[in-house]
Write a protein that binds this ligand. Structure first.
Ligand code: 4AD
Ligand code: MG
Length: 434
């Protein structure tokens, strides 16, 4: 009677066999002479049935009174049953062990408000929906690391305490750093990555980034996980190709290995499997034209807001790129297009279906004078960027990179309404608890 994972049962590896499972009872009902227990372990959820005559009356009654989130060890026979929530159920033959929880588990089957569930996030992460998302999250990162390793990228890290802003001052979090007040939490590893390529070549990181986003939106976290890539000898088109292949690989892996979880969230894995690189590319100017035809006017030189991004994503059914943003809407380090210096060699990848930006990146300025000019033009202090400027003095080559918002990608893959469910303990303008 082996102790098995619930996932292996749902995958059909034990049909007709007697097995033992161990897990948490997240739901419970009885009807007539039979009890239905929904049991969850780290791998999935299964319905277990317990007919009254199967076990001693005393055991039956104990199980009947078992509070939610009690821990159970059950022996039973795996039955294929289309009526069961996941197509298979465990017909209990023996209640091996019980560890009773306290009564009054706060999350019940009735509908709870968003704030109640966020206050009880430490418990709500046990919900099967959250379990499915968090398992997919793990697969997304695993697939990304695999692809990057197979393609010769070295993983490396940059500090979280920084002094020079990468993405503008408005979203910087200040910290009291041993009494110093000019220290912030990082928005991106990029400036350090541009130093690290000269010792490691093609590199990536997966790490938290911080943005003091005061607006409450469905797409912004104050702390999010950032998958960033940087590489020498690569131009804008080269880095978009990396983004295309990386995102496609992640989507295919998740579709192949997480189909049960995806379906439970309302995402058909086939929609991810059919993705093929390269994704469509339009310029900022073409995006403005598409929007104009939709009756949405944006003045040339203004940045996209959600009012522009959302309708644009309705024109595509795969991720797509918007390139060549005006110089004024992108950070100082973006390389102006030599053929048309009022635009930059920049690219954002947008997810379709109303999801919007998941990647931001492009080609960096590699010339010392050009970089110094842009820093001054943007009103930044060159002294703050002295080490970054140094990189253009010794061995500078064309280089490019991007940052992918891990939760943004998961939100789209899992078809979520809100970014907060793509991370176990979300941080936003209103919440740092629990
Ligand atoms: O477009 P962003 O600001 O670009 C950078 O930070 C570059 N330095 C990255 C690079 O080239 N290495 O951010 C990159 C991505 C966005 O496309 C978005 O997916 C995500 O980070 N992102 C956020 N995700 C969640 N909450 C927020 N507040 C986010 N801000 C950006
Ligand atoms: Mg961006």
């Amino acid at each position: 009677m082996p102790l098995v994972d619930i996932a292996s049962i749902l995958d059909g590896e034990h049909d007709g066999e007697e097995v033992t499972i161990r897990g948490w009872m997240y739901n419970h009902r009885s009807s007539g002479g039979i009890q239905f227990l929904m049991v969850r372990d780290g791998s999935g959820v299964i319905q277990c049935t317990l007919p009254r005559d199967r076990v001693p009356e005393e055991t039956y009654k104990r199980v009947e009174k078992l509070p939610l989130e009690s821990v159970v060890e059950l022996k039973g026979v795996v039955k294929v049953d289309e009526r069961a929530p996941n197509g298979r159920e465990l017909s209990i033959t023996e209640v091996v062990n019980l560890w009773e929880a306290q009564p009054g588990y706060p999350i019940t089957r009735k509908r709870h408000g968003v704030d109640f569930l966020l206050d009880h996030r430490h418990l709500y992460i046990r919900d099967p929906k959250m379990q499915a998302i968090l398992r997919i999250r793990s697969k997304v990162l695993e697939a990304a690391r695999d692809w990057l390793r197979e393609h010769g990228y070295t993983e490396t890290h940059s500090p979280s305490f920084i002094t020079a802003a990468c993405e503008g001052g408005s979203t910087l979090f200040s910290v009291d750093y041993f009494g110093r007040k000019d220290v912030y939490l990082t928005q991106s590893w990029q400036l350090y990555a541009e130093a690290l390529i000269y010792t490691l070549g093609k590199i990536y990181t997966i790490a938290p980034s911080f943005r003091a986003e005061k607006s409450r939106t469905r797409r912004h976290l104050a702390e999010y996980w950032h998958l960033e890539v940087e590489e020498p000898w690569t131009d804008l088109w080269g880095i978009m190709k990396v983004g295309d292949e990386l995102v496609t690989h992640i989507c295919h892996r998740v579709a192949e290995e997480m189909s049960r979880e995806l379906k439970s969230l309302g995402r058909d894995p086939k929609e991810l499997l059919r993705l093929e690189p390269p994704y469509p590319r339009i310029t900022y100017d073409e995006a403005l034209e598409i929007l104009r035809k939709d009756g949405i006017e944006l003045e040339w030189g203004d940045d996209f807001g959600w009012r522009e991004e959302e309708p644009l994503t309705r024109h595509f059914d795969t991720p797509f790129w918007v390139t060549h943003f005006p110089i004024g809407v992108k950070a100082f380090y973006h390389k102006p297009d030599p053929k048309r210096p009022e635009v930059t060699l920049s690219a954002d990848m947008l997810a379709p279906e109303g999801y919007g930006e998941i990647i931001g990146g492009g080609q960096r300025i590699d010339d010392y004078e050009e970089l110094l000019t842009r820093i001054v033009e943007e009103g930044l202090n060159p002294e703050d960027y002295s080490w970054y400027l140094d990189l253009r003095k010794w061995g500078s080559v064309p280089h490019s990179g991007f940052g992918l918002g891990v939760e943004r990608l998961i939100m789209w893959i899992c078809h979520l309404d809100h970014i907060r469910d793509a991370i176990p303990f979300p941080r936003d303008v209103r919440r740092v608890f629990p």
